[in-house]
Design a protein around this ligand. Structure first.
Ligand SMILES: [Zn+2]
Length: 683
């Protein structure tokens, strides 16, 4: 490490300059021509032994600076600050990405003294925002109601946070600030537990912004020589007021630097999952096999056995109560075992997926009695999960999943998590303290996921949590996709996709077509593929919404009407041969506002997938009930002088227009019924 007086990480898209001679000072941060932070910025915020501390704290001295360039396209600055008197060091990490106006930052605190330090807050980034007129955009998240938009002028102090113990139950860990209607800053916390983002006004019209892991109920006693790492906070900046400008940066960075990859995941296989049509009560060996046979004829590529396979040998058990007993098999439902089902799937040329809630611990699971060291508890009461802050719990979880993958020949594991841990475990015999159980659990869960991928690099990991209640850039670095929500009725599904792609690439998202809910009651989940009144355009509408990302079905397949099955097979063939390349590689532009549940929001939805080299585009259009009959979609990112051929895939109808015409006058869509859809290829 050296101690240069100035550290300039700027490139053509980003200004990022520090003074680092003795004190660390932010000299400039923002876009060329649009500052996003003033030099008073504290850069981070830690609370140690009750003292608030940032880069400007008296006694905080730069000890060394290093810049690592070993990852192509990313520059990682590591700035070590030492506080001699208080006996600790804070390492400020900042990664800038070439080709993007984006950064991520986090801190690591180390106890250099001889006494334990009490750590009660670790904000990964703290900036002083310049004076301006700000609007704050965010999303709240609840079961079946993920990605509900919030938009308000930033006038008073606002705190965005999750205290549920899951990153997107309450609020999604994402925000955007729009300043003076002219420039955008979007941010996301890469953490799956509780997090916080604080916006506090100053008298001069500026704002203090600070955030990262939540300090609520958090306390850690840091032993001499020990260190603690706070999770990253990522920011993307853009000129203008179009959210796609920051969303596309997050998606590109995700694909290139953050998301894990494996061949099966990268293929974006089409999935069938048994859950909604059968749940646990109606699934059994013969039923699963019959669906697998039907799935093969449709062109489906992965068949997933969801909950219901484990627990007591009893057809009447309920999955939720039995979670934890993953070494048991419900042999009444599956007398030949799970491996024979996996072999059957493989024999049909498909891959086998298995659901497991490895953290979950049901009230009737024998595990809690057999392994009293494993349950997470708070004040002596069980919280309903296995604490992975406990190394023994982590080892048990790894061995369990490792065995399931090997014994059952799994190609895909759907990892669910159906409870709110709140502030987490406060047992003191797990190796963590009473105040950092949730932090330790998520560190343990991340370590488990990393070890699983290392041990089984070919296995796909799906992230689910009561649907979409734990979606964030932390778990996105360790699983291959996020399941967006349990319900999937059309306008809900479009709302989610519009919202989720503010922070995730389309190929980091999975959601099924309109599911067939045979047992669970939901006012909007009424889809019956066997309804004789069902029309072709409705089938297309429901199915194509799922094709916007990773694509799948949760329906009863063996007795689908011929017309429906034939149409599904055609959609699957189009997805695999044409569309998924766009989902995997293209930049996504949202051409309409966000459709919202209950008839709110935009009643048209349009999405444009632009391949990075600009050679081809795919446009998907949906007309929701209540929509006006015609909509003009102004396309984006075309070459103004190029002549494009637009081919509508339903009837091969062609039209021609220049890029300039399509961007300024737009593409007029008419003639679609309500619940109608269309796909167009532009070449
Ligand atoms: Zn614990």
């Amino acid at each position: 490490m050296s101690t240069p007086s100035r550290l300039d990480l700027s490139h053509e898209l980003l200004v990022c300059v520090f003074g680092a001679s003795r004190r660390l000072e932010l000299a400039a941060f923002g876009l060329p021509g649009a500052s996003w932070a003033v030099p008073e910025s504290g850069l981070f915020c830690a609370e140690i032994d009750g003292q608030r501390c940032d880069a400007h704290a008296p006694g905080m001295v730069v000890h060394g600076v290093a810049v690592h360039d070993d990852v192509p396209g990313a520059r990682h600055a590591v700035i070590e600050l030492v506080h001699e008197e208080w006996g600790f060091a804070i390492t400020f990490h900042l990664v800038i990405y070439l080709g993007a106006a984006a950064i991520e930052s986090w801190i690591v605190l180390r106890n250099n003294g001889t006494q334990p330090l009490r750590v009660t807050r670790l904000d990964s980034l703290a900036l002083e925002l310049p004076a301006g007129s700000y609007e704050l955009l965010a999303f709240s998240g609840a079961w079946g109601a993920e990605f509900e938009p919030q938009r308000a002028p930033l006038t008073d102090a606002i705190v965005l946070e999750s205290r549920s113990g899951r990153s997107s139950h309450g609020q999604h860990p994402w925000f955007t600030l729009l300043r003076d209607g002219q420039t955008l800053l979007s941010g996301a916390v890469a953490w799956s537990g509780n997090w916080v983002l604080r916006f506090t006004p100053h008298d001069n019209g500026g704002y203090a912004f600070s955030g990262g892991m939540h300090d609520w109920q958090f306390a850690m006693d840091l032993a001499p020589g020990a260190s603690v790492e706070a999770p990253p906070l990522a920011l993307a900046l853009a000129t203008g007021h179009d959210l796609d400008a920051t969303a596309i940066q997050f998606a590109r960075l995700g694909r290139r630097y953050w998301y894990p990859h494996c061949p099966l995941s990268d293929m974006l296989p089409v999935e069938w999952n048994h859950w909604w049509a059968y749940e646990d009560r109606a699934i059994d060996e013969a039923t699963f096999r019959a669906n697998v046979d039907a799935a093969a004829t449709l062109g489906i590529e992965v068949c997933t056995l969801d909950a219901g396979w484990f627990g007591a040998a009893d057809a009447g058990t309920h999955w939720y109560e039995q979670r934890g007993d993953w070494d048991t098999l419900n042999s009444v439902r599956f007398p030949s075992g799970i491996r024979t089902l996996a072999d059957h799937v493989h024999a049909r040329g498909m891959q086998f997926g298995l659901w497991c809630e490895i953290e979950g611990l049901g009230t009737r699971a024998r595990l809690a009695g057999a392994r009293p060291d494993l349950p997470a508890t708070r004040d002596g009461e069980r919280l309903g999960y296995v604490c992975l802050g406990n190394p023994a719990g982590q080892q048990w979880a790894f061995e369990t999943l490792d065995r399931l993958i090997r014994d059952y020949a799994c190609d895909w594991i759907k990892l669910d998590f159906n409870l709110d841990p709140g502030a987490g475990c406060n047992r003191t015999d797990h190796g963590h303290g009473a105040g950092d159980g949730l932090y330790a659990h998520y560190r343990g869960y991340y370590a488990l996921l990393d070890r699983l991928r290392e041990t089984h690099p070919q296995v796909v990991l799906e992230n689910c949590s009561s649907g979409g209640l734990r979606i964030d850039l932390g778990i996105a670095r360790r699983t291959h996709m996020a399941f967006l929500s349990d319900p999937d009725w059309p306008e809900h599904s479009l709302q989610l996709f519009w919202g989720a792609t503010s922070m995730l690439a389309a190929d980091a998202c999975l959601h099924w077509g309109y599911g067939e809910w045979a047992f669970a009651e939901h006012p909007h989940q009424r889809f019956n593929p066997r309804d004789p009144a069902l029309q072709l355009h409705q089938i297309d509408f429901y199915t194509r919404i799922s094709m916007l990302r990773r694509f799948g079905f949760s329906q009863r397949l063996p007795d689908l009407p011929d017309q429906v099955a034939r149409r599904y097979a055609e959609h699957i063939a189009f997805y695999t041969s044409v569309m998924r390349r766009f989902v995997r590689e293209a930049d996504l532009y949202r051409l309409t506002g966000q459709p919202l549940r209950e008839g709110r929001g935009d009643r048209w939805a349009g999405f444009q997938y632009a391949l990075p080299d600009g050679s081809e585009h795919l446009v998907a259009v949906f007309r929701l009930p209540g929509a006006e009959p015609e909509r003009t979609l102004r396309l984006k990112c075309l070459q103004p002088d190029r002549r494009y051929t637009i081919t509508w895939t339903d009837d091969d109808r062609q039209a021609h227009a220049s890029g300039d015409e399509l961007m300024r006058a737009g593409l007029i869509v008419r003639g679609l019924p309500e619940e109608g859809s269309a796909l167009a290829l532009l070449r």
